[in-house]
Design a protein around this ligand. Structure first.
Ligand SMILES: NC(=O)c1ccc[n+]([C@@H]2O[C@H](COP(=O)([O-])OP(=O)(O)OC[C@H]3O[C@@H](n4cnc5c(N)ncnc54)[C@H](OP(=O)(O)O)[C@@H]3O)[C@@H](O)[C@H]2O)c1
Length: 278
């Protein structure tokens, strides 16, 4: 039986945070499906490596070094995509990082602003510059948020706030775009094996490193699987996709929020124990 043609063949897709993890897996999968790729992240070497892997799969791919917390860099990123490919059919706002530290442990409040600047403002700013082009192509917007929008995290207040801001922004934008043909898909992943946990910042702004890697469990979802779920949802123009156990958590939050808090605190203690090597 012949495979159905991909929704992304010959489509121009801009992915932020494409150098590793979920973004890289999205890029490689889209390359196989015949998309034309504009890839962005801050670290040049690994970004170029992703672009080269995409080209090796027969795709056209450009790599553009950009920090999405800088407004001008978001604008230039969209402009370069248009200069290179002449159009834009999908924007994947995927760039992000975590801060895992209690508010009282922070030496100053800078990391609160930083995580919002990257995770929320970066996504909103890229979307602002991409929007006229997406309207022209009746394209797709994907916002990679988190299950943490349903599940508060002890010692993760600013990260959770950045993702909750994304959900509010993109859910509202979906209404604004009603009738334009542009779809907005909010993605809420649970735990995914990538470099997210080792890159997560502690109270001193240092990456968790080995302590973060210790949080990876055998059964944690691989980035390739996350990418497959995200692209299926985007192809179907779904409004939201929650990874497991999202629906269960949503019900639990509604029906027994105190129980959910206890469960989160216990899980947090276990994870901190694993990070310390207890
Ligand atoms: N892994 C999980 O368990 C999990 C769960 C829920 C949600 N998510 C979300 O999924 C998304 C992807 O995360 P991941 O798991 O693939 O993590 P990852 O392996 O750490 O990848 C993060 C990507 O974002 C890029 N990035 C970080 N800061 C950036 C900035 N200021 N400007 C541009 N690019 C930036 C990184 O490249 P550079 O450092 O080179 O810039 C990298 O390409 C994030 O938004 C994350 O919040 C992840």
């Amino acid at each position: 039986m012949r495979a159905a043609p991909s929704s992304f063949r010959e489509k121009v897709v801009l992915i932020t945070g494409a150098s590793r993890g979920i973004g890289r897996s999205l890029a490689l999968r889209l390359a196989r499906e015949g998309a034309l790729l504009a890839l962005a992240a801050r670290g040049r070497e690994r970004l170029e490596d992703t672009a080269a892997e995409c080209r090796a799969r027969g795709a056209q791919a450009m790599a553009w070094v950009a920090d999405v917390s800088h407004q001008e860099e978001c604008r230039t990123l969209v402009e370069r995509t248009l200069e290179t490919f002449g159009r834009l059919e999908m924007l994947v706002n995927n760039a992000g990082f975590g801060v895992q530290a209690g508010l009282a442990e922070l030496p100053d409040p800078r990391s609160i602003a930083q995580v919002l600047a990257v995770n929320f403002l970066g996504a909103a700013t890229c979307t602002f510059y991409a929007l006229p082009h997406l309207k022209r192509s009746k394209g797709r917007i994907v916002a990679v948020s988190s299950l943490n929008t349903l599940l508060p995290a002890a010692e993760g207040a600013s990260y959770v706030a950045s993702k909750a801001a994304m959900n509010g922004f993109f859910d509202s934008l979906r209404l604004e775009l009603n009738g334009t043909g542009v779809s907005v898909t909010v993605v809420c992943p649970g735990l995914v094996r990538s470099e997210f946990h080792e890159s997560m910042q502690d109270a001193r702004g240092l990456p968790y490193g080995a302590r973060g890697r210790a949080m990876y469990g055998e059964r944690m979802m691989q980035a390739e699987m996350a990418a497959a779920i995200i692209l299926r949802a985007a192809a179907q123009r779904r409004r939201e996709v929650r990874f497991r156990p999202g629906t269960l958590l949503a019900w639990l939050r509604l029906l027994a929020p105190g129980l959910l808090d206890r469960f989160i605190l216990q899980a947090g203690r276990r994870r901190n124990g694993a990070a310390r090597g207890d």
